[in-house]
Design a protein around this ligand. Structure first.
Ligand code: LLP
Length: 415
């Protein structure tokens, strides 16, 4: 579904005009659609229906409490990578027993807090982490449920910064070593081996790498079974891509059906950790044109959103669609859309043909994932407001940061 459509010549989020949101909450502002987030989750949950397992939304993609709460109400599980994300999920009404804890750098405190809360599983990424978890669990006189994140050495065919399943990446335990590490895990008294996990990368646009990884993990599960190590669940991570421009990624339903066919006849629960494919196209970043600057070489539109608000274009050269909120007539020019930050890399889009006037509102599309969550305060810019639209109503789910917020934790030397 597309929750952002034109009506009477204006762009709406569900039943609310984006121009009304700009007037009420200012710009830049992230705007999310409840219906689109729910549809994104249900695409997974419906495809998994009838098979044991969980859809654990990857909190890192968009961790606003309002967003997490919508998913918690639908019964989602969550994939977290820090105790910060754990507290967010709990504060949003999520169920700890439906949480999986990923990440290469879990601290002892992270482990303690997650054991106290009672998470479903730790996705362990190294031998050292396994030993640390054993020690923490032993000190707490409890057992930690674990799966090993296996690095299956498949090429996800995505941007190198977001590919994670190759041997040279820092993630996971190499598939060649995995069996030996499982034997070790099974021998540790305060660990309970329950699953196998992998995550090979993000923004994947074909099923092949997923199914390749799946086949390698199934072979591993068979070898473990022969050694008497029983695996209850298979967690395939996240990574399914979305359309930013003209990509044609498979739908979650197609992906899950293909996985279900491959594991048919095995008694394996299925876990998925989708982030982007649930929220990316459920959000836009609403921004206003401050200045039009025409130079000999280029036409620039200086907008009030910057790389601190949305870093994907600067960091990955990501292409994000930019559309006018209230299209009007005039001369089309080819603009670079740049922010107010003092860096040449501060662009949100380059070489876009647009008809613009100062004061125009623009929507940067597909900004619901890895948008606000990656924002910073660079150049002492307060982070944007976040608004969640539900039908005809818009709710501010995070207020814009004030300048005072930005230095509230700082202090001067005594003299
Ligand atoms: N599970 C694990 C262990 C992950 O590391 C990730 C993402 C996910 C699940 C969710 O993947 P997704 O379904 O969203 O592809 N900032 C980058 C994306 C980084 C992804 C990191 N890991 C971007 O803006 O493209």
């Amino acid at each position: 579904m597309d929750a952002f459509t034109y009506r009477d010549g204006e762009l709406f989020a569900e039943g609310v005009a984006l121009s009304d949101i700009a007037a009420r909450f200012g710009t830049p502002t992230y705007v999310y659609s409840r219906a689109a987030i729910e549809a994104g989750y249900k695409a997974y949950a419906d495809a998994l229906a009838g098979h044991a397992g969980m859809v654990c939304y990857a909190v890192k993609a968009n961790s606003n409490l309002g967003v997490l709460n919508l998913l918690a109400r639908l019964g989602a599980g969550f994939d977290i990578v820090s105790s910060g994300e754990l507290e967010r999920v709990l504060a949003a009404g999520g169920d700890a027993s439906r949480i999986v804890f990923s990440g290469v750098g879990k601290s002892r405190d992270d482990m303690r807090r997650a054991l106290e809360a009672g998470v479903h599983c730790f996705n362990v990424e190294s031998r050292n982490e396994l030993e640390r978890l054993q020690n923490v669990a032993a000190a707490m006189e409890t057992k930690a449920p674990v799966s090993l994140r296996v690095n299956p050495d498949v090429d996800a065919g995505t941007h190198p910064y977001i590919a994670t399943g190759l041997k040279e990446n820092k993630f996971g335990i190499s598939i060649d070593e995995a069996e030996a590490v499982y034997v070790q895990a099974a021998s540790l008294p305060n660990l309970e081996v329950i699953g196998v996990d992998c995550h090979i990368g993000s923004q994947l646009t074909s099923l092949e790498p997923f199914l390749d990884a799946l086949d390698r993990l199934l072979a591993l599960i068979d070898r473990l079974n022969e050694r008497g190590i029983k695996i209850r669940h298979l967690d395939l991570g996240g990574g399914l891509g979305v359309r930013y421009r003209d990509e044609q990624p498979p739908l979650p339903g197609e992906y899950i059906q293909a996985v279900r066919r491959r594991i048919d006849g095995r008694n394996l629960e299925l876990l998925f950790e989708p982030g982007r494919s649930i929220v990316a196209n459920a959000g836009v970043l609403l921004t206003q044109v401050e200045y039009l600057k025409h130079t000999e070489q280029k036409d620039f539109a200086v907008i009030d959103a910057a790389m601190n608000d949305l870093i994907r274009p600067a960091l990955y050269e990501a292409w994000m669609d930019v559309v006018p909120v209230q299209p009007h007539s005039g001369a089309e020019r080819t603009y670079d859309l740049v922010g107010p930050i003092c860096e040449t890399g501060d662009f949100l889009a380059r070489e876009r043909n647009l008809v613009l006037a100062e004061g125009d509102l623009l929507a940067i599309r597909s900004a619901g994932a890895y948008g606000f969550v990656m924002s910073s305060n660079y150049n002492t810019r307060g982070r944007a407001a976040e608004v969640l639209v539900d039908g005809e109503q818009a709710f501010e789910v995070r207020r814009r940061e004030t300048i005072e917020d930005l230095y509230a934790g700082e202090s001067l030397l005594p003299q």
